[in-house]
Structure formats: C-alpha cells, structure tokens
Design a protein around this ligand. Structure first.
Ligand SMILES: [Zn+2]
Length: 460
C-alpha cells in the first residue's frame, strides 16, 4: 500500500525537474523516417532504457532491422496481481519546413500560448511528452511503495511514424512474454483542455478497386453510340445507387454488426462543447452528408461509411474526343464499426456490383484489403477504474470518444494478443503534432503524470 496523496504532492513539487527530464529527451533527434537519424533513434532508446533502469525496471533493447524497441518485463511480488502492458513511441516526425519553426525543433523552449504554459519541440506531444507521463508516474509510485501493484510489460517503439516494421516481428518473438490483462496507450488527445477523454472505439477500414469493362476496345461514338454499353455510365450508376436518399448505404447486409451506442455515451456526446456550423465551416461545408438524424459524433465515430475515393476512365485530355471508352475504374473504401465483418461486406459489394451489370459487361476486382473495427467494453473494470481516476484528477468525468481512423498497434494487441486497450492521452487539437512549432501543455504533462499515478493507485 502507498499513500497516493504523497505521490501526487511529490509529482506537483517536482514539476520543474520533470519538465527538465522531458526537455532532455526532446533534444534527441529521433526522426525515424530519415535514415541519417538512425543513431539518434538508438540514442533515444538508450535514454529510455537508462531512465527505466534508474528505478529498477531492467529494460532491454530489442533489435531487428529497423530502429530498436525498448522492452521491460517487470514482475511484482504481490499475489494475484494484474498484468498491464504499456505502449508508447519515442520516434518523431521530420521537422520540415524548418523555416516555419519559431525556434530550433530540437532545442525545447518553454513558452505560453493563450496563457497556457507549454513546451515547444518536435515530439513534445507526439509522443515523448505523453509516454513520459506514464513512465514518470511509475517511478514515483515505485519509489514510494517499493514495488508496483501490478506486473508490467513496457513496449517503447521507434518506428511508429514510419510503418512499425519491427513491431510485428517483436510481438511474434516475444508473444509468450506479452500476455497481460489490459494494455494502456498514451498517444491520444483530450476533448478540450478541461475535458479528458478515453477512446472507446476505432473504425476499421476496407478498401477495394474495380474495373468495369464494356466493349473490347475504345469505340467511335458516331458509329456505335446508342448500341455499345459505356462503362462510365455503368460505373457512375452503380456508385450513385450505393446511397439512398437518407444517406444510408444500400449494399445488402451492410449494417450487420453495427451496434447502437449506449444512451449514456450518446448523452455525454450531446453535452460536449461543439458548434456544428463552425466545425463544418472549417472544412468548407455548409451542411453535412451522411445518415439523416445522426449527429456528427455518430457519423464520425460510430457509423460506417462507403466512400468513393477515385473514379477514372475515358478521355480526360484537352478538347473533345468522341469515344466510348472500353473501361472505367473506381477506388472505394469503407470505414467499419462494431462487429462488421469486412469479408462478408466485401463479398456483398462484389455481388451487388456483379448483379448491376448488363449482359456481357464485365468487372475485375483488384486490391482488396481490410482491418476490422475495434470497440471496447467501457463497462469493464479497466475502463471504469480509469474513468474514476481521471475524474479525480480533472474534476470531470472523461468523455468516451471514438476514433475516426485506426491505430495499428491497438489492432495488433487485439488480434495477436487478444487484449483490449485503454487509450488515454492528454494531447490537444492545437498541439500541432507533425507540424512546425509542436507543443505540449505543461498542464497536460503534469496533470497527465498525476492522472496515471491515480490510475495505477486503483490497483493497490
Ligand atoms: Zn504518436
């Protein structure tokens, strides 16, 4: 047992020291995408290993072809303790264009934006600042309690920004050592600076390309127009029929596995500070597409989509060409939610397209790929205890948001290790991650450390 009040007071008292620690890590130019910075990536891994070792976490550096992974496999002596897995990444995005930075991207500066103190440097928010919130909380608890209340596996990777090539190899190699009750990832954001958030779902993705083939060669429209099937006419009809007037997708069984979000969560979304007109205005829109009667949150977090990403065929150069093209092409993607089965949906898309073709017109499919959506059980102990801990620190309960896109590592934990992930992060929309002048608010950092301390304290 340890005294959480003392831990929180110590973290608060040591704020400056912990900011210096972050600044130190931010000075390392661990840009994973540019081969010239490989040594710096190694250096960042070494820095993290040394930090973990400084409070007895016995980290190792795992090497494969790419940038190394820092791994720690800590065993608590407490009987019946849970096992936790934590993931973060120490690599950062390139800094170009450097001329748009107000200061050296790798010489962290303490500043203030809109009266909010912050630290400016590449990686401040994504993800060095965020991963340190968890690691520093561990250190304080270990110092205070002598040991952690759970066993813990820590994975810190150096290729998140460049495709995570080493990670699957590592997960396969270390499979036996990675089983845990739950994963925590600190790489997401808050709703706004006063409203913390836990991500409850991530949409999946299905992609496909297809080609409609009409005549066996391009034809003259004077000679054959009115007789030959024009594949562009067919493909546009097929694609326009995918949506009905209410914005619903008409592919049979498309909505199988789509769950309605529970009412408490829908109500919490309604309470969020959000101006729909302003949101639409920012993307140059005056109205929103999608299903009638659904909110923007539902449309982007909990409803599936069918999107036409590209359509090409026929003559597109200058002037007129009286041609009936022999083929037309389209690229489509679907965002998936809940338990939608990508393979069944793909099969139904294929059936729908084939059934829409006139006799003798053909279709060739090419390039299907997919990953399933992920939806967590927010009523589980892990989500509820994290929610309580967050509320204690921030004074408001966190909103369970959705992620519009996928996070591959979370998918891997689910499929390879059969483990849910609690995604908690303290980044803000204006942190300019991947952009010049990236920053992390000092309040995100210090309250972030305290939040994790409270999350960990729930296990004692
Ligand atoms: Zn990140």
């Amino acid at each position: 047992m340890f005294n959480i009040a003392k831990v929180l007071a110590d973290i608060e008292a040591d704020s400056d020291q912990n900011i210096d620690l972050l600044a130190d890590l931010l000075k390392i130019k661990s840009i994973s995408t540019i081969p010239d910075y490989a040594d710096e990536c190694y250096q960042a891994a070494g820095w993290l290993k040394a930090f973990l070792d400084s409070f007895g976490m016995d980290a190792i550096i795992y090497e494969s072809e790419g940038h190394p992974i820092v791994f720690s496999n800590y065993q608590t002596s407490r009987p019946e303790a849970k096992t936790i897995l934590f993931y973060g990444h120490y690599d950062v995005q390139p800094v170009d264009p450097v001329s748009l930075w107000d200061s050296d991207p790798f010489d962290p500066v303490l500043s203030s934006i809109d009266n909010e103190p912050c630290i400016i440097a590449r990686g401040a928010s994504d993800d060095k600042g965020q991963l340190l919130t968890f690691l520093i909380a561990l250190k304080y608890i270990k110092d205070e309690a002598g040991e952690l209340p759970f066993s813990l596996k820590i994975i810190l990777e150096g290729e998140e920004e460049c495709g995570s090539k080493t990670l699957p190899i590592f997960l396969e190699d270390y499979k036996d050592k990675l089983s845990a009750d739950i994963a925590y990832v600190c790489d997401t954001g808050m709703w706004d600076k006063d409203t913390p958030a836990i991500t409850r779902s991530l949409r999946g993705l299905l992609s496909e390309e297809f080609k409609i083939i009409g005549p066996d060669r391009d034809l003259h429209s004077g000679e054959f127009g009115g007789v030959a099937w024009n594949p562009i006419r067919i493909i546009t009809k097929i694609l326009s029929d995918v949506y009905d007037d209410e914005g619903k997708v008409t592919i049979p069984n498309f909505y199988d596995g789509v769950n309605e979000v529970n009412e408490n969560i829908i109500n919490s979304w309604k309470k969020l500070t959000f101006n729909e007109a302003e949101y639409l205005n920012k993307i140059g829109q005056k109205s929103s597409s999608g299903e009638t009667g659904r909110s923007i949150f539902e449309k982007t977090w909990s409803r599936p989509t069918f999107e036409i990403n590209g359509i090409f065929g026929g003559y597109t150069d200058e002037g007129t060409k009286t041609v009936i093209p022999s083929e037309a092409n389209a690229k489509i993607t679907c965002r998936l939610v809940g338990n939608q089965d990508p393979e069944k949906i793909l099969e139904n898309i294929h059936k729908y397209i084939k059934s829409s073709l006139p006799d003798g017109v053909q279709v060739i499919f090419d390039g299907a790929d997919h990953c399933r959506a992920i939806e967590f059980d927010t009523d589980s102990y892990y989500f509820q205890s994290a929610s309580e801990a967050i509320e204690e620190e921030w004074g408001v309960s966190p909103v369970f948001t959705g992620g519009g896109g996928s996070i591959p590592v979370v998918e891997a934990f689910k499929t390879l290790l059969n483990m849910d992930t609690v995604l908690i992060g303290f980044a803000l929309d204006d942190d300019r991650i991947h952009s010049p002048n990236e920053k992390y608010n000092i309040s995100s950092y210090v309250k972030g450390i305290k939040t994790w301390a409270r999350v960990i304290a729930k296990y004692q």
